[in-house]
Write a protein that binds this ligand. Structure first.
Ligand code: SAM
Ligand code: SF4
Length: 472
């Protein structure tokens, strides 16, 4: 039985409800009158439920599809402006006791060297990341209670926050580790993590069981209920996602939105972010083995429909995607991208000469952070290194009410400009500096509140002569 408030996985992600939703969407994919009604509701910028959004995703009418993309762009512009937040993943350990068939870290893979960073190696990795200009990380580990226990993750977070090198600082550490207990989530919360991220991989239970044939991750219910335990442990910023390519995308889309509705219904706050990873080639993995790959056009439509359905939820795209794909979907709803990512353990500082052979997957976008930052500005975006909300305690529903109040332009926009100025002063190439200073000068005038505009202008001058870490 479908019950979004229930804490039982198969009730808030009810297979019957998803099948029924897909049948409803299929029956109405050319129903222009219904699609118009849904689009009208979406224009209020208050989101859609999984059934309505699934109709938009299934829609085959070209003119309505053009409207869907246009609406997504409008919502993106209204809620996020032209800011794109940047981050990098940091792989701590690739030991893993799970059997995920799409991931080369799976426990039976004998080709890849296994590695866990020491605290000294973490220091070197973090300094390499700081020297590129990164301020926000996503920690990644395989699941292995013996080689990579929670105490190691906590110690590593502590190390990362403590590293000060030149003007560098990691100001927000998000964590993408395996589903765990309420007690461990509480410890992560106390260690000061930003978002806890966990991908569902697939919401389809039968496929999930086949794709995760052994190891603790085989337990679908435990995995699917992870965010409930994270909330119970005090983490109110959680990030969800599926690995597109494993199962049918329309099923996954409905599942993702039902998960978001469940978090809203049960805890009063939806997910902080939704990630949209697609499966990539990796050591012993050929993505063509999975026959649910999606075209570029479908990928764009998924991003647009998520943007319309959950306007307040950030959307993350990684370097799994190429520069061309990233360009095409940025304005449809993406708010965060990774830059200059390395998916091996120890790959940033090159502390391990084997490290590049232990990539989790092949990245598609291999540009430097400076190139990504300049490219974003050339496309009209403002690259942002902002971490202000989390540091000011604006998490969970407090962050959501900031979004809903429309104050983002007086808050996130100024913070984006100030953190971009820091980046230009400390890390950028002369070409990026020249363009960046022009962008900052132009975009300052977009701050609606006159007093805030003046304060930010003053701070930007102060950053030019050495001051750091201002925030609104
Ligand atoms: N081990 C933890 C887990 O599985 O939840 C978290 C870290 S894992 C390194 C991060 C994510 O990488 C996984 O959730 C999975 O979706 C993704 N991934 C694994 N293999 C991949 C592949 N071949 N291509 C793209 N993404 C992949
Ligand atoms: Fe291990 Fe995560 Fe890879 Fe699965 S996806 S094998 S749990 S690292």
């Amino acid at each position: 039985m479908y019950n979004p408030k229930s804490h039982v996985a198969t009730e808030f992600i009810s297979d019957d409800e998803i099948q029924d939703t897909l049948a409803y969407a299929d029956a109405n994919k050319e129903n222009a009158a219904l699609i118009d009604q849904i689009l009208e509701k979406a224009q209020l910028h208050k989101g859609l439920n999984h059934r309505e959004a699934s109709v938009l995703l299934a829609c085959t009418l070209p003119d309505k599809n053009a409207e869907i993309l246009g609406l997504a762009k409008g919502i993106k512009e209204a809620f996020y402006g032209s800011r794109i937040v940047l981050f990098a993943p940091l792989y701590l350990s690739n030991y893993c006791v799970n059997g995920c068939v799409y991931c080369p870290f799976h426990g039976q893979n004998k080709h890849i060297p296994r590695k866990k960073l020491t605290q000294d190696e973490i220091r070197r990795e973090v300094i390499a990341l700081q020297d590129m200009g990164h301020k926000r990380l996503a920690l990644e580990t395989g699941e292995d209670p013996r080689n990579c226990p929670i105490e190691y993750v906590l110690e590593s977070i502590n190390t990362i926050y403590s590293i000060k090198h030149k003007n560098g600082a990691i100001r927000r550490v998000n964590v993408n580790i395996a589903a765990t207990t309420v007690e461990n989530y509480r410890k992560l919360h106390e260690a000061g993590i930003g978002t806890y991220i966990l991908f569902q991989e697939t919401y389809h239970k039968a496929s999930y069981l086949k794709l995760h044939p052994w190891g603790p991750k085989h337990d679908y219910d435990y995995h699917t209920e992870a965010m409930d335990r994270a909330q119970e442990g005090g983490i109110d910023d959680v990030g969800i996602g599926v690995l597109f390519g494993l199962d049918k995308y329309r099923y996954e889309f409905a599942g993702l939105l039902m998960h978001a509705e469940h978090l809203e219904a049960a805890f009063g706050v939806g997910p902080h972010t939704i990630s949209v990873p697609r499966i990539r080639p990796a050591d012993d993995i050929d993505p063509d083995t999975f026959d649910n790959g999606i075209s570029e056009e479908t990928f764009e439509k998924i991003v647009a429909c998520i943007r319309i359905a959950v306007p307040y939820t950030g959307m993350i795209m990684s370097t799994r995607e190429s520069m061309a794909t990233r360009r095409n979907v940025l304005d449809l709803g993406i708010s965060q991208i990774s830059g200059a990512s390395v998916t091996s353990v120890g790959g940033y500082a090159g502390t391990d000469r084997d490290s590049l052979e232990s990539n989790q997957f092949d990245t598609s976008d291999k540009r430097t952070l400076d190139e990504v930052v300049r490219w974003l500005m050339e496309l009209g975006y403002i690259p942002s290194f902002c971490t202000a909300c989390y540091r000011a305690g604006r998490t969970g529903d407090r962050f959501m009410s900031l979004c809903k109040s429309g104050q983002i332009q007086n808050c996130c926009h100024p913070n984006a400009l100030m953190t971009l100025k820091e980046y230009l002063e400390d890390y950028a190439s002369p070409e990026t500096v020249a363009l960046g200073n022009r962008v900052i000068h132009e975009k300052l005038t977009d701050i609606p509140n006159e007093r805030i505009r003046e304060v930010v202008g003053k701070h930007i001058d102060e950053i030019a002569v050495g001051a750091r870490d201002f925030r609104i």
